[in-house]
Design a protein around this ligand. Structure first.
Ligand code: GUN
Ligand code: ZN
Length: 499
């Protein structure tokens, strides 16, 4: 177990956790949003981030401070006093700036040491963010450099400061998984997944999910994971469901400068808004015309406030969903905001095998909301259970009532398939399912039947169904006799059978 991070609740691969930050003697509840503080340009002061928005942790850039006029002030006062922020402070290393502007004269050790001397609570070595277009060879080379820098962190005095071990590897999942295993081996404290910003900017959410899932496979569940540069609230639920614990947002301020208005469904542009679709104090007190009429800096501040309200609000919603056990329903709802998010959600469900291990066995309710719901981990888990259930004789699988003309009369409910009636009141078989089901639900139910039939070669099976589509019926094993439910006669249905 990681000794600074404790898990409290879980749903899918998402979790509520506690990150203990010894240097500031603080505890950060995760998932957490770290607003990015640009010392040159404080749209919202760090003190306001803490008191008005509830930020328990923020992030600033150690490299930029080291190169700026603030260098001496930060060194003499320490970051907490310099920024006026009493929560935990993470510093980045400038790796992103370096990737853009080429070489610099400082080593990773120098920059780490600077972060230590200004009093950072969590510091970052200089990793290399490999862009998505890089070849496998280049990604592997750059990863080797990142890894050697992580291994030499132990040469620097870092005291009680926690240190990030970023996971790179470009878009290559084999490299990401290996990078993650190696990063974990270093014994460093947190694991940011890096270089996903270009994927997110291009709406490549499916690839982003594959890359993060690969990193999670290498890291295991115990490590706290930060999704570097992910500040858009539309992606939070998806990323949390994958097992990300920390987010940093420069977006709240950057977008505000450009009149961009964040929502959980995507980004709006203030010049195009007729209404403000939000309940935050800014949006309740103003109309779009009010905001447009403001001087630039005031408008920027109001938009940044709105952007923060939305971002922190989404994180609270996500935490409540984890507690209630309906995080995947929230992810599914968010996925409907953009077709690229649907890809992200489908990619998440492709990693169901790994999601399963963390998912609590019992939750409030399973809502079947779309064809993707048929691929949820609970459905897979039920099928695995069916492959272990034994049943004998003439077995009726029916959407109708008990029928005593058979040796056993099990219920069958798409997308799960069959189950003994005694399980009817247990999760997820208490699922709420729409009347007008899609084919995916029936096909998964057929898969459930297939598993049960395969495990019980000596039993005889009859499926009495209401209106299953041909494709699902065609997927049933030959040993299943199919009968429309209405063809089951009264005599049988009342259970006064021949026996
Ligand atoms: N900020 C956004 N992405 C990255 C990354 O990959 N590495 C670092 N150090 N900072 C980032
Ligand atoms: Zn608002």
């Amino acid at each position: 177990m990681n000794d600074v991070f404790e898990l409290r609740s879980a749903d899918a691969a998402g979790r509520i956790g506690e990150l203990r930050v010894p240097r500031s003697d603080t505890i950060v509840e995760t998932p957490a949003l770290m607003p990015v503080i640009n010392p040159h340009l404080q749209t919202i002061s760090p003190a306001r981030l803490e008191t008005e928005f509830g930020a328990e942790i923020c992030i600033t850039n150690g490299y930029i401070i080291s190169q700026s006029d603030y260098r001496e002030e930060a060194l003499s006062k320490g970051l907490h006093e310099f920024l006026d922020f009493s929560g935990a402070i993470m510093t980045d290393s400038g790796a992103f700036q370096l990737a853009e502007y080429g070489d610099i004269d400082a080593t990773s050790a120098d920059i780490l040491d600077f972060q230590y001397r200004i009093g950072a609570d969590i510091a970052t070595p200089i990793d290399i963010p490999t862009p998505p277009e890089a070849s496998h060879e280049r990604a592997a080379d750059e990863l080797a450099t990142t890894q050697s820098r992580l291994e030499s962190v132990s040469d620097v005095d870092t005291g009680a400061m926690l240190v990030n071990a970023p996971v790179q590897g470009g878009v290559y999942t084999d490299l990401r998984e290996r990078a993650a295993r190696d990063a974990r081996e270093t014994g460093l404290d947190l694991h940011p997944v890096g270089a996903v910003v270009p994927l997110m900017n291009d709406y490549r959410y499916g690839e982003m999910v594959d890359v993060v899932a690969a990193a999670k496979r290498g890291l295991g569940a115990a490590s706290p994971v930060h999704l570097f540069g992910a500040g858009h609230p539309m992606t939070f639920a998806l990323a949390v469901a994958l097992g990300c614990d920390l987010f940093d947002s420069a977006a709240y301020a950057l977008y505000a400068r450009d009149d961009r208005y964040l929502t959980v469904r995507g980004t709006e542009r203030l010049p195009e808004l007729d209404y403000l679709p939000c309940e935050c104090p800014v949006c309740v007190a103003h109309t779009p015309d009010d905001l447009r009429a403001m001087p630039d800096d005031e408008r920027e501040t109001r938009l940044a406030e709105h952007n923060l309200y939305v971002s922190f609000g989404e994180l609270r919603r996500i935490k409540q969903a984890i507690r209630r056990g309906d995080l995947l329903e929230l992810v599914e709802t968010r996925a409907r905001g953009h077709p690229a998010m649907v890809d992200g959600y489908r990619a998440l469900l492709d990693h169901t095998d790994r999601l399963e291990r963390q998912d609590p066995a019992s939750k409030d309710a399973f809502f079947y909301l779309s064809a993707e719901s048929a691929q949820r981990p609970e459905v897979r888990r039920h099928h695995e259970r069916l492959a272990r259930l034994s049943v004998e004789g003439d077995v009726l699988l029916t959407e109708g009532d008990i029928n005593t003309a058979y040796d056993a009369s099990w219920r069958v409910v798409p997308p799960f398939g069959p189950f003994p009636r005694a399980l009817s009141e247990t999760y997820p078989l208490t699922a709420e399912v729409p009347e007008r089901l899609d084919d995916a639900a029936y096909e998964q139910a057929a898969e459930g039947i297939r598993r049960l039939v395969e495990t019980n070669p000596d039993a005889e099976f009859t499926l009495a169904h209401r209106s299953w589509p041909e494709r699902a019926l065609g997927a049933l094993p030959e040993r299943v006799t199919v009968r429309p439910l209405e063809s089951m006669d009264e005599y049988e249905e009342r259970g006064e059978g021949e026996s």
